[in-house]
Ligand binder design. Structure first.
Ligand SMILES: [Zn+2]
Length: 292
């Protein structure tokens, strides 16, 4: 692979040194998005980032419908770990930034917390607020808000940020001084046998992949840790696990004659067994940090 220097700094660790990556180029709506590799933290990121027009095409009406849950692939989110953190603290205001259908808000409220959601779309926020009876702000309203959160949760949000240097500080401003950030998400650039296998199979193909650049960062453990550190958070916990996603968690009888499903399933099982004895390996993180 040739070493080239690109213009954009790594959105995770802020290093200026990057080169072309094994993932190559994604094609979406006639536009090319190059995934480059940071030479410092080894994370991959999209250069250029999708612009506003592309974002509105990607996250339009069809977004929610295009992610109907696959019964064979378990949801990698771990709401229970967030709730465990909340039970350790005296209750206050809990903000779920990117609250989805509001399950975590309901569970936090049941623990005695004042639960507040944040959603991008105004109509989605309004409907959720009515259904849950909890306050749900739009991200625009959240930007104007005073610090209200004793605990703020970012679940599978950071990897979508196209302007992290503006977005992270704006979100962290919602947390009261000394409050907690709980974050979780994928580490798609981190070492594990599964990723090495995908990377190897990708190396035989140089054609662009047709996919929307939803995840604009494919973080390694190092990149994700450095990211929290550079936004002035003091780390209390950073743990890495390996989940099946995006591989199937189980196989149906129809899958037994589908080589791709079988292969992904088997590769993930092997990968999880290896990562179980390699503390830095895996594909998902759970983080707790305190604001200064
Ligand atoms: Zn980096």
């Amino acid at each position: 692979m040739t070493t080239e220097l690109f213009d954009m700094a790594c959105p995770l660790c802020n290093s200026n040194r990057s080169r072309g990556s094994w993932l190559g180029t994604a094609l979406y709506n006639g536009k090319e998005f190059h995934y480059v590799e940071c030479l410092n933290c080894k994370s991959l990121f999209c250069d250029p980032m999708p612009d506003e027009q592309t974002l509105s095409e990607m996250y339009g009406q069809s977004y929610a419908m295009s992610f109907a849950p696959d019964p064979m692939v378990d949801d990698p989110k771990e709401p229970q770990r967030v709730l465990q953190q909340l039970t350790k603290l005296s209750s206050g205001t809990f903000v779920d930034y990117g609250c989805g259908q509001g399950e975590l808000l309901k569970a936090a409220a049941a623990l005695g917390w004042n639960a507040v959601g944040v959603e991008f779309d105004q109509e989605v926020a309004r409907q959720l607020e009515q259904r849950l009876g909890a306050k749900v702000m739009t991200s625009v309203e959240a930007l104007r808000s005073e610090p209200i959160a004793d605990v703020l949760h970012l679940g599978d949000v950071i990897e979508h940020m196209t302007r992290i240097n503006e977005q992270m500080p704006a979100i962290l401003k919602l947390i009261k001084p000394g409050g907690l950030l709980i974050a979780q998400g994928p580490l798609e650039g981190n070492v594990n046998v599964f990723t090495l296998g995908i990377r190897l199979s990708r190396s035989f193909r140089s054609a662009p992949i047709h996919m929307a650049p939803y995840h604009v960062m494919l973080a390694t453990r190092q990149g994700q840790e450095e990211c929290f550190h550079r936004f002035q958070l003091r780390q209390e916990e950073f743990s890495v696990t390996e989940v099946s996603w995006p591989a199937p968690s189980r196989l149906s009888s129809a899958d037994l004659v589908r080589p791709r499903a079988l292969g992904l399933y088997g590769l993930r099982r092997v990968s999880q067994a290896v990562s179980a004895v390699q503390p830095r390996w895996g594909n998902r993180y759970f983080y707790v940090g305190q604001t200064s």
